[in-house]
Design a protein around this ligand. Sequence first.
Ligand code: PGA
Length: 254
Amino acid sequence: MNKERKLIIAGNWKMNKTVAEALALVKGLKLELTNVREVDIVVCPPFTALAEVSKAILDSDLRLGAQNMSEHNFGAFTGEIAAGHLKEFFVRYVILGHSERRQHQKESDELIAKKARAAHAAALRPIVCVGETLAEREGGLMEKVLETQVRGSLAGLTSEQMGETILAYEPVWAIGTGRTATAAQAQEAHAFLRGRLAAMFDAGLARRVRIQYGGSVKPSNARELMEQPDVDGALVGGAALDVRSFSDIIKNSI
Ligand code: PGA
Protein backbone atom coordinates (compact mmCIF):
# COMPACT_ATOMS: atom_id res chain seq x y z
CA MET A 1 0.00 0.00 0.00
CA ASN A 2 1.51 3.32 -0.99
CA LYS A 3 0.59 5.99 1.49
CA GLU A 4 1.69 9.53 2.06
CA ARG A 5 2.50 8.77 5.71
CA LYS A 6 4.26 5.65 6.98
CA LEU A 7 1.83 3.34 8.75
CA ILE A 8 2.33 2.81 12.47
CA ILE A 9 0.71 -0.21 14.09
CA ALA A 10 0.95 -0.55 17.85
CA GLY A 11 -0.12 -3.40 20.11
CA ASN A 12 -1.63 -2.25 23.39
CA TRP A 13 -1.35 -5.31 25.63
CA LYS A 14 -3.24 -3.59 28.46
CA MET A 15 -3.06 -5.45 31.81
CA ASN A 16 -2.06 -8.75 30.23
CA LYS A 17 1.01 -10.99 29.88
CA THR A 18 3.48 -12.17 32.48
CA VAL A 19 7.14 -11.68 31.64
CA ALA A 20 7.39 -15.23 30.26
CA GLU A 21 4.27 -14.75 28.13
CA ALA A 22 5.50 -11.39 26.91
CA LEU A 23 8.80 -12.91 25.82
CA ALA A 24 7.03 -15.72 23.99
CA LEU A 25 4.88 -13.18 22.15
CA VAL A 26 7.77 -10.98 20.98
CA LYS A 27 9.80 -14.03 20.02
CA GLY A 28 6.98 -15.10 17.73
CA LEU A 29 6.51 -11.60 16.33
CA LYS A 30 10.20 -11.31 15.52
CA LEU A 31 10.03 -14.52 13.51
CA GLU A 32 6.87 -13.51 11.68
CA LEU A 33 7.82 -9.92 10.98
CA THR A 34 11.47 -10.02 9.97
CA ASN A 35 12.07 -7.70 7.04
CA VAL A 36 8.82 -5.80 7.44
CA ARG A 37 10.05 -2.24 6.99
CA GLU A 38 6.97 -0.64 5.44
CA VAL A 39 5.26 -0.24 8.80
CA ASP A 40 6.48 1.10 12.14
CA ILE A 41 5.62 -1.69 14.58
CA VAL A 42 5.32 -0.91 18.29
CA VAL A 43 4.62 -3.25 21.21
CA CYS A 44 3.30 -1.80 24.47
CA PRO A 45 3.68 -4.39 27.25
CA PRO A 46 2.80 -3.75 30.89
CA PHE A 47 5.52 -1.94 32.87
CA THR A 48 6.64 -5.18 34.51
CA ALA A 49 7.70 -6.68 31.18
CA LEU A 50 9.40 -3.61 29.68
CA ALA A 51 12.92 -4.55 30.79
CA GLU A 52 12.86 -8.07 29.37
CA VAL A 53 10.96 -7.17 26.20
CA SER A 54 13.37 -4.31 25.60
CA LYS A 55 16.32 -6.71 25.60
CA ALA A 56 14.46 -9.26 23.48
CA ILE A 57 13.69 -6.81 20.65
CA LEU A 58 17.08 -5.07 20.51
CA ASP A 59 18.06 -7.03 17.41
CA SER A 60 14.76 -6.41 15.60
CA ASP A 61 12.75 -3.60 14.04
CA LEU A 62 10.09 -3.80 16.73
CA ARG A 63 9.86 -0.64 18.83
CA LEU A 64 8.89 -0.37 22.47
CA GLY A 65 6.01 1.63 23.89
CA ALA A 66 4.54 2.06 27.36
CA GLN A 67 0.85 2.31 28.22
CA ASN A 68 1.00 5.33 30.51
CA MET A 69 3.37 7.55 32.44
CA SER A 70 3.29 10.26 35.08
CA GLU A 71 3.08 13.93 34.22
CA HIS A 72 5.81 14.47 36.84
CA ASN A 73 9.48 13.76 36.74
CA PHE A 74 11.20 11.60 39.38
CA GLY A 75 10.01 12.40 42.90
CA ALA A 76 7.58 11.67 45.69
CA PHE A 77 4.72 10.17 43.66
CA THR A 78 4.08 6.72 45.11
CA GLY A 79 3.15 4.11 42.56
CA GLU A 80 3.84 6.32 39.53
CA ILE A 81 6.29 5.78 36.66
CA ALA A 82 8.29 8.69 35.24
CA ALA A 83 9.39 9.23 31.67
CA GLY A 84 12.95 8.81 32.97
CA HIS A 85 12.11 5.26 34.08
CA LEU A 86 10.81 4.43 30.62
CA LYS A 87 13.91 5.84 28.96
CA GLU A 88 16.05 3.34 30.86
CA PHE A 89 14.47 0.59 28.78
CA PHE A 90 14.68 2.42 25.44
CA VAL A 91 10.96 3.03 25.35
CA ARG A 92 10.16 5.32 22.40
CA TYR A 93 6.39 5.68 22.50
CA VAL A 94 3.87 6.10 25.28
CA ILE A 95 0.10 5.71 25.02
CA LEU A 96 -1.63 8.60 26.78
CA GLY A 97 -5.29 9.23 27.53
CA HIS A 98 -6.56 5.80 26.57
CA SER A 99 -10.33 5.73 27.06
CA GLU A 100 -9.94 3.11 29.80
CA ARG A 101 -7.78 5.57 31.76
CA ARG A 102 -10.13 8.43 30.98
CA GLN A 103 -12.96 6.29 32.34
CA HIS A 104 -11.44 4.36 35.28
CA GLN A 105 -8.70 6.76 36.40
CA LYS A 106 -10.75 9.83 35.50
CA GLU A 107 -7.92 11.27 33.42
CA SER A 108 -8.82 14.70 32.07
CA ASP A 109 -7.72 16.36 28.84
CA GLU A 110 -5.68 18.75 30.95
CA LEU A 111 -3.79 15.92 32.65
CA ILE A 112 -3.22 14.16 29.33
CA ALA A 113 -1.76 17.37 27.87
CA LYS A 114 0.62 17.64 30.84
CA LYS A 115 1.71 14.05 30.26
CA ALA A 116 2.17 14.70 26.54
CA ARG A 117 4.41 17.68 27.28
CA ALA A 118 6.38 15.63 29.83
CA ALA A 119 6.79 12.84 27.29
CA HIS A 120 8.21 15.25 24.72
CA ALA A 121 10.52 16.79 27.30
CA ALA A 122 12.02 13.28 27.63
CA ALA A 123 12.04 12.71 23.84
CA LEU A 124 9.29 10.08 24.02
CA ARG A 125 6.60 10.10 21.35
CA PRO A 126 3.10 10.18 22.81
CA ILE A 127 0.24 8.27 21.23
CA VAL A 128 -2.64 10.47 22.36
CA CYS A 129 -6.04 8.76 22.31
CA VAL A 130 -9.39 10.41 21.66
CA GLY A 131 -12.82 9.01 20.90
CA GLU A 132 -16.53 9.39 21.56
CA THR A 133 -18.87 7.07 23.45
CA LEU A 134 -21.89 5.48 21.81
CA ALA A 135 -24.26 7.86 23.59
CA GLU A 136 -22.23 10.83 22.35
CA ARG A 137 -22.23 9.53 18.78
CA GLU A 138 -25.94 8.80 18.82
CA GLY A 139 -26.60 12.19 20.35
CA GLY A 140 -24.84 13.85 17.39
CA LEU A 141 -21.98 15.00 19.61
CA MET A 142 -19.10 13.17 17.97
CA GLU A 143 -17.44 16.22 16.44
CA LYS A 144 -17.91 18.34 19.53
CA VAL A 145 -16.38 15.65 21.77
CA LEU A 146 -13.43 15.05 19.45
CA GLU A 147 -12.80 18.77 19.09
CA THR A 148 -12.77 19.24 22.89
CA GLN A 149 -10.48 16.26 23.37
CA VAL A 150 -7.91 17.23 20.74
CA ARG A 151 -7.84 20.86 21.83
CA GLY A 152 -7.49 19.87 25.50
CA SER A 153 -5.18 16.86 25.22
CA LEU A 154 -2.75 18.52 22.80
CA ALA A 155 -2.76 21.91 24.52
CA GLY A 156 0.60 23.59 24.80
CA LEU A 157 2.43 21.35 22.32
CA THR A 158 4.70 23.16 19.89
CA SER A 159 4.37 22.40 16.17
CA GLU A 160 7.61 20.48 16.36
CA GLN A 161 6.25 18.35 19.22
CA MET A 162 2.96 17.81 17.39
CA GLY A 163 4.93 16.52 14.42
CA GLU A 164 6.35 13.81 16.70
CA THR A 165 2.98 12.99 18.27
CA ILE A 166 0.69 10.20 17.10
CA LEU A 167 -3.05 10.72 17.43
CA ALA A 168 -5.24 7.64 17.94
CA TYR A 169 -8.94 7.76 17.13
CA GLU A 170 -10.59 5.11 19.27
CA PRO A 171 -14.38 5.24 19.37
CA VAL A 172 -15.18 3.91 22.85
CA TRP A 173 -18.06 1.81 21.51
CA ALA A 174 -15.64 -0.13 19.30
CA ILE A 175 -13.04 -0.99 21.94
CA GLY A 176 -13.07 -4.62 23.00
CA THR A 177 -16.61 -5.01 21.73
CA GLY A 178 -15.94 -6.71 18.41
CA ARG A 179 -17.88 -3.84 16.86
CA THR A 180 -15.45 -2.04 14.54
CA ALA A 181 -16.18 1.34 13.06
CA THR A 182 -16.81 0.92 9.36
CA ALA A 183 -13.99 2.13 7.15
CA ALA A 184 -16.20 5.08 6.15
CA GLN A 185 -16.91 6.00 9.79
CA ALA A 186 -13.19 5.84 10.60
CA GLN A 187 -12.27 7.95 7.57
CA GLU A 188 -14.89 10.55 8.44
CA ALA A 189 -13.58 10.93 12.00
CA HIS A 190 -9.93 10.94 10.89
CA ALA A 191 -10.57 13.62 8.27
CA PHE A 192 -12.34 15.67 10.89
CA LEU A 193 -9.41 15.29 13.31
CA ARG A 194 -6.91 16.26 10.62
CA GLY A 195 -8.97 19.35 9.92
CA ARG A 196 -8.84 20.25 13.62
CA LEU A 197 -5.06 19.81 13.62
CA ALA A 198 -4.84 22.13 10.62
CA ALA A 199 -6.85 24.73 12.52
CA MET A 200 -4.78 24.36 15.71
CA PHE A 201 -1.37 24.18 14.00
CA ASP A 202 -1.17 24.44 10.22
CA ALA A 203 -2.24 22.47 7.19
CA GLY A 204 1.26 21.25 6.33
CA LEU A 205 1.78 19.85 9.80
CA ALA A 206 -1.70 18.32 9.86
CA ARG A 207 -0.84 16.45 6.68
CA ARG A 208 2.25 14.95 8.34
CA VAL A 209 0.69 13.79 11.62
CA ARG A 210 -0.13 10.11 11.73
CA ILE A 211 -3.60 9.21 12.98
CA GLN A 212 -4.18 5.62 14.11
CA TYR A 213 -7.55 3.92 14.28
CA GLY A 214 -8.28 1.71 17.30
CA GLY A 215 -11.26 -0.44 18.25
CA SER A 216 -11.65 -4.12 17.38
CA VAL A 217 -9.02 -4.08 14.63
CA LYS A 218 -8.45 -7.63 13.39
CA PRO A 219 -6.79 -9.33 10.41
CA SER A 220 -10.07 -9.35 8.49
CA ASN A 221 -10.75 -5.60 8.69
CA ALA A 222 -7.22 -4.15 8.83
CA ARG A 223 -6.75 -3.73 5.11
CA GLU A 224 -9.96 -1.85 4.45
CA LEU A 225 -9.30 0.47 7.37
CA MET A 226 -5.70 1.15 6.34
CA GLU A 227 -6.81 1.89 2.78
CA GLN A 228 -8.67 4.98 3.98
CA PRO A 229 -6.72 8.10 3.03
CA ASP A 230 -6.58 9.54 6.55
CA VAL A 231 -6.03 6.28 8.46
CA ASP A 232 -2.31 5.91 9.10
CA GLY A 233 -2.13 2.86 11.30
CA ALA A 234 -3.82 1.04 14.12
CA LEU A 235 -3.80 0.77 17.89
CA VAL A 236 -4.67 -2.85 18.53
CA GLY A 237 -5.84 -4.32 21.83
CA GLY A 238 -7.20 -7.87 21.98
CA ALA A 239 -5.78 -8.97 18.62
CA ALA A 240 -2.29 -7.81 19.65
CA LEU A 241 -2.05 -10.53 22.31
CA ASP A 242 -1.54 -13.28 19.80
CA VAL A 243 1.38 -13.71 17.37
CA ARG A 244 -0.78 -14.85 14.48
CA SER A 245 -3.45 -12.17 14.67
CA PHE A 246 -1.08 -9.24 15.30
CA SER A 247 1.32 -10.25 12.54
CA ASP A 248 -1.58 -10.88 10.14
CA ILE A 249 -2.93 -7.39 10.86
CA ILE A 250 0.45 -5.97 9.89
CA LYS A 251 0.88 -8.14 6.82
CA ASN A 252 -2.65 -7.41 5.63
CA SER A 253 -2.01 -3.68 6.03
CA ILE A 254 1.00 -3.53 3.73
P1 PGA B 1 -9.39 -3.62 21.02
O1 PGA B 1 -8.71 -2.45 21.89
O2 PGA B 1 -8.54 -3.80 19.79
O3 PGA B 1 -9.36 -4.83 21.92
O4 PGA B 1 -10.76 -3.17 20.68
C1 PGA B 1 -8.14 -1.33 21.27
C2 PGA B 1 -7.57 -0.40 22.31
O5 PGA B 1 -8.18 -0.29 23.40
O6 PGA B 1 -6.52 0.23 22.10
